[in-house]
Design a protein around this ligand. Sequence first.
Ligand SMILES: *[C@@H]1O[C@H](CO)[C@@H](O)[C@H](O)[C@H]1NC(C)=O
Ligand SMILES: *[C@@H]1O[C@H](CO)[C@@H](O)[C@H](O)[C@H]1NC(C)=O
Ligand SMILES: *[C@@H]1O[C@H](CO)[C@@H](O)[C@H](O)[C@H]1NC(C)=O
Length: 403
Amino acid sequence: YYCCCFCCRYSCFIVVIIIINIIIQSWPPLAAAWRVLALLLGLKGACVLLASALSGASAANSSGRWWGIVNVASSANLLTNTKNVQLALDPSLSLLSRRQRRLIRQNPGILHAIAAGLHTAIKECKWQFRNRRWNCPTSHTPTVFGKIVNRGCRETAFVFAITSAGVTHAVARSCSEGSIETCTCDYRRRGPGGPDWHWGGCSDNVDFGRVFGRDFVDSSERGRDLRYLTNLHNNEAGRITVAAEMRQECKCHGMSGSCTVRTCWMRLPSFRAVGDVLKDRFDGASRVVYANKGSNRASHRADPRHLQPENPAHKLPSSRDLVYFEKSPNFCSYNGKTGTQGTSGRTCNSSSPALDGCELLCCGRGYKTHVEKVTERCHCTFHWCCHVSCLNCTSTQTLHQCL
Ligand SMILES: *[C@@H]1O[C@H](CO)[C@@H](O)[C@H](O)[C@H]1NC(C)=O
Ligand SMILES: *[C@@H]1O[C@H](CO)[C@@H](O)[C@H](O)[C@H]1NC(C)=O
Ligand SMILES: *[C@@H]1O[C@H](CO)[C@@H](O)[C@H](O)[C@H]1NC(C)=O
């Protein structure tokens, strides 16, 4: 019945078109107007096609575009409003793909966690690299980390890993704090865990954080090439590090703290611990190449087996290792093309032989020294009740700055 009706309508439609066409063809001025209209429609179609091709080309560099939402987080909007309703209008959200926006709509409260996680990750990146030539510079532009993300060096690897870890960490914690509507504590660990303890309490939901991170963060990456595989590998390494650093915490029960029974749960590591591990992995990162080994043309997913160590004598990088495929620039001087800012003006330590020492940090260009007066509050005394009074102490500090 439905089919028949559908066919009827369809043939009706065709008949109407044919009649219109006959009318148009039979009256020349109308036919001319029709042709012009068709031409214009055709042009518009071509324009649409061209525009989508152009946006497709810029989407090829969509790596980490979601980092742009960190600028949302700095607007008071986000901090006061954990619902996503108003945020849907925020321009930074246009940096997200349709899939990412859908994930945010489906998980009310999660945007706040993502943005907070990204903030934490950026702070940690800056802290871990504070003494190096590349000190994790960021800007308020949508790309946040600048051109380094379009490269494939160790620093790129770290940026991908730490931001991915930041999302997994923040989402897992927000689940157990109850600020995301679609997840809770991880209650799957139940029952006895050992002779004198059992699972209980609220474990941080790192599994939700990992699955969400894979959905959300990885969907910024496109392609099937070495860059794509490398970015995905480092994203996953970040998530694995968060999960691997989970620690068991316990609480004692029993008569007057006798601890005859303990309840335990799994707790996320501090983000500093995650940063420390990832920094170690940065130092030991593996350089990889794209190898066509075991390729399967029918497969549409990029195959991680294509990542092979550049030096065949080295072992395959594990899923926790960071990987890169390009030598780092030396980060010494400003270069607009590679987007490096250089170390000119950076504060260095004249007595350190390490990377933060003036010799290495300033790349041998030398440094200037100036003495600064620093005024600090000192000799503070507490007065009952309730204020603190301090003296102002002035000291001098010698600062060295790279030329
Ligand atoms: C896109 O990425 C490539 C590296 O794959 C880079 O050479 C190019 O400059 C990037 N384009 C833009 C507009 O960022
Ligand atoms: C400078 O380096 C020396 C030697 O590594 C270290 O003892 C000192 O604390 C450093 N000074 C600052 C301000 O970091
Ligand atoms: C210390 O300095 C601040 C301003 O820098 C000033 O307001 C305050 O009065 C000073 N305190 C004393 C005890 O001089």
